[in-house]
Design a protein around this ligand. Sequence first.
Ligand SMILES: [Fe+2]
Length: 294
Amino acid sequence: MDTSVSNEDFLATVAEKSNGAALRGDYAHMDAHYVVQQDWAAYTEAEHDLWRKLYQRQMALLPGRACDEFIEALAKMDISAGIPVFEKTSKELFAATGWTIVAVPGLIPELTFFDHLANRRFPVTVWLRKPEEFNYIVEPDVFHDFFGHVPLLFNPVFADYMQRYGQGGLKAMRLGGLDELARLYWYTVEFGLINTPAGIRIYGAGILSSGGEVEYCLTPGTKSRHIRLDIERCLRTLYKIDSYQETYFVIDSYQQLFDGTAPDFTPIYQKLKSMDVLPANTLLADEIELLPAL
Ligand SMILES: [Fe+2]
C-alpha cells in the first residue's frame, strides 16, 4: 500500500483481505488519523464477560512464561473486570512513558499506523471478537491490541523502540523496505521472546494474547526454532500468518532492540534486494538453536 492510498482504496483492500467479510469497525466516524471515540457504554455485558474469560485464560497461562515487565504492568493496569476504558489507562501510560492510546475502528493504513507510533500513540481497535472466535481471530481486536500490546508500553526502553519503529516505518515507505521492516515487527513486537536469568520468556503481543501459542512457543521438541535475534537476518525471514511460528527470535534485552534500530537501514534494504528471502524454518550454518527452559 503506498502513501497516496485513499480511504476508499484502503477500505476496499481490507474487505478484500478479509475475504469479503464485513468490516468490523465503523470507519464512517473517524478523523483524518483514523481515530474514533471509544463508546464504552455501548459494550454489552456479554462482551465484558467474554473479555473476562479471555483475561482469565491468559492469566492461567502467563505466569512463568510471560516476561516480568508484562506481568507487572498488567497487574497495575487492573483490567481484569471487563473491557477497559482506554482513557484511564492512557493517562497512566502517558505519566509513565509519554505514550497515549488512541481508539481505531480496526486495521488502518500503514502510513497512519507508523505516524501514530512515531508520535507515541498506540492504536487500539475498539471492537471485541465474537464468542466463536475465542481461540482464534484473524484480525486484531481490542483484546489483542490492549491486553497484548499496551502493558509493554509502560517499559521505557521498549516504548522508545516502538517510537523508533514507527519512524523507521515512515522511512521504509520511502525506501521500498516495507516488507522487510514488517518482518521485524512480526518477530519482535508480535512474536518476540526474551532471554532472562529465569529462562526464555515471552514479550510479543501475538503470543501473549493467544490461547495456544503461549505454551507452544516455549515447549521443547516442537518443529519451531529459537535463535538469537540478528536484525538483518530477521528482515530476510518470511513468517507464518496461519500457524504457529517456525522461528522465534530471542533478544537479551529491550535495549538490544532500541540499539539495533538506531542505524540507517537504507544500505540494509539495498543489500537485501540482491539476496533471497529465507523460509520461516531456516537455520543458517553459523546459528545455534536455543532451548526454551521453563
Ligand atoms: Fe498486534
